[in-house]
Design a protein around this ligand. Structure first.
Ligand code: G3H
Length: 249
């Protein structure tokens, strides 16, 4: 009942020519077995809008400001993202939280704004290695979700996509095992189900953190893993096509 979704987060990588090559290879190789979305650096959104016109491949920005407009140097607003056909907005990626000081409260404001604009927020959550070792993984994920839940209400989670990304697995080559990931995904779904079981059954929960073609199938085969948010491997055309094609349904 939940269609799988695989998203590419290019982070601060790429240029016009490498993007064009990646997009061409992706369009040629992807078999359409799942939903997909690409998050390029914001300046390349027009390139994706042009290249992906008429295709089922969605795209969006990696970060957004929650205000409508004004003196916020360096920021992008939702109307700008919509002008170029963005459908998804990445919110609260761990790099934004860690390097740019995004708190749970700021992340919640962004999710509120994205939903109000009629776009789909991809809400990133996850614990650090220190937190996992201290046994507080579930507590951290709950706090991160509760901060949003209290602002938008449970019904909004029919639309919100959650990306569980253990920080210790991001860019480290250390993928969480399918069982480790499934445990947290199941916990997240139960959290939502405690509010509304029907909504929880519809919410897509993606896994992110060193996903590769070799690990994708086992991860996506877990009952509560509904696809992936892929960083490094999404910059390698063949690898990313293989990951997307491993997502069936
Ligand atoms: O947004 C993507 C995640 O940060 C995962 O990145 P990674 O696949 O390079 O570990």
């Amino acid at each position: 009942m939940r269609r799988l979704l695989v998203a590419a987060n290019w982070k601060m990588n790429g240029d016009m020519s490498s993007n064009a090559a990646l997009l061409a290879a992706f369009k040629a190789g992807f078999n359409g077995s799942a939903d997909t979305a690409i998050f390029p650096p914001a300046v390349y959104i027009p390139q994706l809008a042009d290249s992906l016109k008429g295709s089922a491949i969605a795209y969006g920005v990696q970060n957004i400001h929650f205000e409508e407009k004004g003196a916020f140097t360096g920021e992008t607003n939702l109307a700008m993202a919509q002008d170029f056909g963005c459908q998804y907005i990445l919110v609260g990626h761990s790099e934004r939280r860690e390097l740019f000081g995004e708190t749970n409260a700021i992340v919640a404001k962004k999710v509120v704004a994205v939903l109000a604009a009629g776009l789909i927020p991809m809400l990133c959550i996850g614990e650090t290695l220190e937190q996992r070792e201290a046994g507080v993984t579930e507590q951290i994920c709950k706090e991160q979700i509760d901060a949003v839940l209290t602002q938008v209400g449970i019904k909004a989670f029919e639309k919100v996509v959650i990306a569980y990304e253990p920080v210790w697995a991001i860019g480290t080559g250390k993928t969480a095992s399918p069982e480790q990931a499934q445990d947290v995904h199941s916990f997240i779904r139960q959290l939502l189900a405690a509010e509304d079981a029907a909504v929880a059954a519809k919410t897509r929960i993606l896994y992110g953190g060193s996903v590769k073609a070799s690990s994708a199938q086992a991860l996506f085969g877990q009952p509560d893993i509904d696809g992936g948010l892929v960083g490094g491997a999404s910059l390698m055309a063949e690898e990313f096509v293989a990951i997307c094609n491993a997502a069936q349904g």
